[in-house]
Design a protein. Structure first.
Length: 128
């Protein structure tokens, strides 16, 4: 049987806040990645837009508050931070600004995912 979190009204404030922040930052990374590679500063035929597929897969788990998704997203998001760092230092013009925005969004997503995991595990700990 799959255990899920209680309804939104019964959530603790830090858990609800980190969930909303992680979901919004991940969704913004998806939108940024697709827009960047297809319209704003394309780097070729648009095949780099495929890089957002792991983020799309994570959105469902983030929305359903699956702890496993928050854990692996806190690791995967560093790939987007690395890409943003490389492209911020090598691209010019619009690409550099988009890369800087990707860095900020990925750091926000990491902080929210890590905070969510920490709050959930703290709440699961039983006092002795």
């Amino acid at each position: 049987m799959i255990r899920t979190m209680p309804t939104r009204t019964a959530l603790a404030a830090p858990i609800a806040w980190t969930r909303d922040t992680a979901f919004a930052a991940t969704l913004a990374l998806v939108v940024l990645g697709v827009a960047w590679e297809l319209w704003l500063a394309p780097t070729g035929s648009g095949t780099l837009a495929v890089k957002v597929l792991p983020l799309l897969l994570a959105l469902g788990g983030l929305w359903r508050m699956r702890l496993y998704t928050y854990r692996w997203m806190s690791l995967v998001v560093w790939l987007y931070t690395g890409e943003g760092l490389v492209r911020a230092t090598t691209d010019r013009g619009t690409g550099a600004w988009l890369a800087s925005f990707e860095i900020v969004l990925s750091l926000v997503a990491f902080a929210a995912c890590a905070g969510h995991v920490r709050a959930r595990l703290r709440g699961a700990a039983k006092p002795s």
